[in-house]
Ligand binder design. Structure first.
Ligand SMILES: [Mn+2]
Length: 321
């Protein structure tokens, strides 16, 4: 996997830095935040000034993550000049930060360490640890701690296990390799709070389940391609007084559909775009190829794309216009 020397170089950069910025994608998730906060706890142990940032406030469902309250989402007060090292975790493209172009320009003048497991990663850093065989960025960071023999506590173990559980769909996706299980076992020995993490992964709020009800009632199945599809509109989200976070789990839930070779969820966003999520558990099916055709990308078993447009219902069908 990742050579120990690369972890050593990264650790030297961390030791030498004065103030470190840890960046999540705008749409952070259990893996990006688990990775970020694991690093933040390590930096805290070194008494190294740092900031964990995500341009959109993270889902409150993840507020059990130790250090969650320290995550900043205030773009207005983000001063890149005060940081001399940037660590970007779990995202393929700087566009996913949700920053204005001039801020991206400033960011590119910084030393960036890019740690990710998406095969579509643009290698935008000076140091790039991009390992698509890893189930999660948190899995990669586990090796950072283990290979360098860094002491880590139950807080870090909880963060890392959260990332792994998030990106493997609680050990249900095909990326659940023997090494994922071994690492998770090791994290449990270290004191990771499995019960808290799985409660988050399984508990659903009322608005979320109502939204799922709408999405399930619209499910259609294309026999020829074995593709099951559903749509979520802005109206659905407004009517249920919920937000985009509730839609996140639908694709993973539908991925259990026996009849489907692959599933697709189309979600209308408030910015005039439609976000598509593709999932499959069928061996030999690579949904990232369909995502790439539509201008997106991701993993073989979980990928996505986004298109300009709206969803309208005409007669029997939903159309993108
Ligand atoms: Mn990830």
């Amino acid at each position: 996997m990742v050579e120990r020397m690369i972890w050593e170089t990264i650790n030297q950069k961390i030791q030498a830095a004065g103030n470190i910025l840890i960046l999540n994608p705008k749409d952070s998730d259990g893996d990006s935040l688990g990775s970020s906060l694991a690093l933040a706890h390590y930096l805290k142990s070194l008494e190294k000034p740092h900031l964990v940032f995500a341009a959109k406030p993270p889902s409150s469902q993840l507020d059990y993550l130790p250090g969650f309250e320290e995550i900043s989402s205030d773009l207005g007060s983000l001063d890149l000049n005060s940081f001399d090292l940037v660590i970007a975790v779990d995202f393929a493209d700087l566009k996913m930060l949700g920053f204005a172009p001039e801020l991206i320009g400033k960011l590119l003048k910084k030393t960036i360490i890019n740690i990710d497991h998406h095969p579509t990663n643009f290698r935008y850093g000076q140091i790039n640890v991009v390992e698509p065989t890893a189930a999660a960025t948190s899995e990669l960071l586990f090796y950072f701690f283990e290979d360098l023999n860094l002491p880590y506590d139950k807080l870090i173990a909880t963060c890392l296990l959260s990332g792994i559980i998030h990106d493997t769909g609680s050990f249900a996706h095909l990326n659940t390799t023997p090494s994922v299980i071994e690492i998770s076992a090791r994290l449990l020995v270290k004191g990771a709070r499995l019960k808290t993490i799985t409660a988050y992964a399984q508990n659903k709020s009322l608005p979320t389940l109502k939204l799922w009800g709408v999405a399930l009632s619209r499910l259609t199945h294309n026999q020829r391609y074995g593709l099951s599809t559903t749509v979520i509109t802005q109206k659905d989200l407004a009517g249920l007084n919920t937000n985009g976070e509730a839609t996140e789990g639908i694709a993973n839930f539908l991925n259990n559909l026996t009849e489907a070779k692959a599933i697709m969820v189309l979600k209308e966003d408030s910015d005039g775009r439609i976000r598509g999520s593709l999932r499959t558990t069928t061996s030999g099916v690579d949904v990232s190829r369909l995502a790439a055709l539509l201008g997106g990308g991701g993993h073989k078993k979980a990928s996505g794309f986004n298109l300009r447009g709206k969803l309208i219902h005409t007669g029997r069908y939903w159309q993108i216009v």
